[in-house]
Design a protein around this ligand. Structure first.
Ligand code: PSV
Ligand code: MN
Length: 395
């Protein structure tokens, strides 16, 4: 084994990435959905599709679940979900409450001026915490659509305090084994102000919430020129980075496949994590998750492609010589320092990854293996005859 093969194997052995249940369902843009006959319409089908991705990559043992879409009876759906997870060999991953689709949330959830709506939102989050606890899942991942569309229509400071209060109450419901992740997004669905618009606001609120709250970075939730890896480096240094929702974008929140537009951006994020781990001698406790729902690509194929891209870029980031980098930085040898990143990024790790996959008993080319497996044809035949999915998810 070469050093490169060792470094790649070592990196990939520790790399796991969570799949989103909503990524297997018919979802789409604000303007419409292009329905796929093989899309999953039930939680059983989502587990089945996720299990295919895990079987072919060996890297996706957990499935993120969205409460409204995957637990139609709330806590009463837990037993069904637990049984499906057992049957398909994929564990329930992060639990994502949904306080953004109900009509009552038109003017917000935790920051709604109406106290009865705030209470309902908190109760939903508490139920989500309980769902996570019963399923043995660690992270409750919060994203809020709260905000406003027009200047002067919302009391921004009052809403900030309502979020501090609501998140503190949500945190109080956690078991010792659970974490609360706070996601930020600069716009959409609100287009004037979003209550948790950026990482600074999310960091402040996570700190207010309590010791087991962390920030979640969705790579699509930034303006085009923003330096995401700097945000990651700061959150790591503050021990406040909880996880990622990975996707790529040309503009913002476009839900494109990870690395399809800017693979070097993904590399730089992974590099900051690996460099932090080298410096501190420990593992960053970060949940890697995919948040993509494809409107045009085949859903299962797109997930396999995403996992393979994530593995490839993570492996390349593991090739950076950290000791040499630290030295070059301290000498202010700019070209040498930069080239250490560039050389690692330019390395073709695909043969080493294929070798690693063979050694771990998964197909060397998971996408080709999926195409040959006949799974897609089988589910298309089984699922095509039913009526278009009633799923209301917009994701
Ligand atoms: C919102 O844009 C988001 O990124 C949140 O993470 C949601 O849970 C997800 O997309 C699906 O709607
Ligand atoms: Mn997200």
């Amino acid at each position: 084994m070469t050093n490169l093969a060792d470094a790649v194997a070592d990196a990939l052995d520790s790399f796991r990435i969570e799949l989103p249940s909503w990524g297997f369902a018919n979802t789409g843009t604000r303007f419409g959905k292009f329905l796929q006959p093989a899309a999953a319409a039930t939680i059983e089908e989502k587990f089945s599709d996720a299990a295919q991705v895990h079987a072919l990559t060996g890297a996706c043992p957990t499935l993120a679940l969205h409460v409204l879409w995957d637990f139609p009876s709330g806590l009463d759906s837990v037993a069904t979900v637990a049984a499906l997870a057992d049957r398909h060999g994929v564990r329930p991953g992060s639990i994502n409450p949904n306080v953004f689709e109900g009509q009552e949330y038109k003017h917000g959830s935790f920051a709604n001026p109406d106290a009865s709506v705030r209470r309902a939102a908190l109760q939903h989050v508490r139920d989500s915490v309980e769902i996570g606890r019963r399923l043995g899942s660690r992270d409750v991942s919060l994203w809020f659509a709260d905000g406003s569309n027009y200047p002067g229509t919302a009391n921004i400071r009052a809403r900030k305090r309502l979020f501090e209060e609501g998140l503190r109450a949500a945190h109080a419901a956690l078991a010792d084994t659970q974490r609360l992740l706070v996601e930020y997004k600069p716009f959409e669905p609100a287009f004037y102000h979003t209550d948790i618009a950026d990482w600074g606001m999310a960091l402040h609120l996570a700190r207010c919430a309590g010791p087991r709250a962390r920030v979640l970075v969705d790579t699509g939730h930034h303006y085009s020129a923003q330096n995401i890896e700097q945000i990651v480096a700061w959150l790591l240094d503050e021990r406040m980075l909880g996880g990622f929702h990975f996707n790529d974008r040309r503009y913002a929140d476009d839900d494109l496949t990870l690395g399809s537009i800017d693979p070097y951006q993904v590399f730089r994020i992974f590099h900051e994590i690996r460099f932090f781990e080298w410096e501190t001698g420990g593992r960053a406790d970060v949940a890697y998750m995919i948040d993509q729902s494809h409107n045009l690509k085949g859903k299962i194929e797109a997930m396999i492609q995403t996992v393979a891209v994530a593995q490839q870029i993570f492996a390349r980031a593991a090739l950076v010589d950290h000791a040499a980098l630290a030295q070059a930085q301290s000498r202010s040898d700019l070209v040498a320092a930069e080239m250490l990143l560039q050389d690692a990024f330019a390395t073709d790790v695909r043969p080493a990854i294929a070798e690693w996959r063979r050694a771990r008993g998964v197909p060397a080319d998971p996408l080709a293996a999926f195409r040959e497996s006949g799974y897609l044809e089988r589910i298309t035949e089984q699922r095509r005859h039913r009526a278009a999915s009633p799923s209301s998810s917009y994701a």
